[in-house]
Ligand binder design. Structure first.
Ligand code: DX5
Ligand code: ZN
Length: 218
């Protein structure tokens, strides 16, 4: 039996009241806080960065799952780890060296995750799986919350999970984008075990029951 985890994307939170949003999250059963960093170059949006992460770190013990959508992740890996990231995901589509970046993240004391956009093939990351704590399959084009799930990505999740199992690795498979009550069961069945949720979770009347539904407990 697989354990499922929910990582809550605060991109959809009330950013001017982030402290109470985090308190709500802590009591909701969400397992991690997903922090989307965008630089306006790797993706067409700019969000928040190091100073905000530092302040979030001061007010919570939640696992901070930082998703870097930036062009030069190796340059910032240690800085994000120092600012409080527990897990750092970076994209394979950046021009930097994937192996070196994984090493830099680990050396800085964080868990390392590699992220792939919807069009990036599964096979391109197989060689890195033994070195990763998590593989992030984007199920929308990175850049914005509230987009619709891209169904073509489901087979990729399945193939990556299969490969991880064949190799006997302990690597989480995270999905990010368009996860809601309809798409969560589909990605869980395909082998994802860490589900990011932004708009569905923060738009829910009852956050705890939303977390349970996404995990498939209710
Ligand atoms: C998109 C971000 C996601 C986003 C998910 O680039 O990486 O984490 O916040 O939002 P929803 O769950 O609304 O699709
Ligand atoms: Zn994300």
């Amino acid at each position: 039996m697989m354990n499922y985890y929910v990582s809550a994307s605060v991109l959809s939170a009330d950013l001017l009241d982030i402290r109470s949003e985090i308190k709500k999250l802590e009591s909701s059963g969400a397992d991690m806080l997903h922090f989307d960093v965008m630089d306006g170059i790797f993706v067409n949006n700019i969000t928040y960065g190091l100073p905000v992460l530092e302040q979030v770190r001061r007010v919570t013990d939640m696992t901070l799952d930082v998703h870097l959508m930036i062009t030069d992740p190796i340059k910032y890996a240690a800085l994000f780890a120092e600012a409080g990231a527990d897990i750092i995901s970076f994209h394979s589509e950046t021009s930097g060296d994937v192996r070196e970046t994984i090493k830099a993240v680990r050396a800085a004391g964080a868990k390392a995750a590699l992220a792939i956009k919807p069009a990036t093939p599964a096979e391109s990351v197989y060689e890195f799986l033994p070195e990763l704590d998590m593989l992030l399959v984007m199920t929308v084009e990175p850049g914005f919350g509230g987009q619709s799930f891209i169904f073509d990505t489901v087979e990729k999740v399945r193939r990556i999970r299969q490969r991880i199992d064949e190799l006997g690795l302990d690597c989480d498979v995270q999905v990010d984008g368009g996860i809601n009550y309809d798409t969560a069961p589909i990605v869980r069945e395909a082998g994802a075990n860490v589900l990011v949720s932004g708009s569905c979770l923060f738009g829910a009347e009852d956050m705890s029951s939303a977390v349970s539904k996404i995990k498939g407990e209710a």
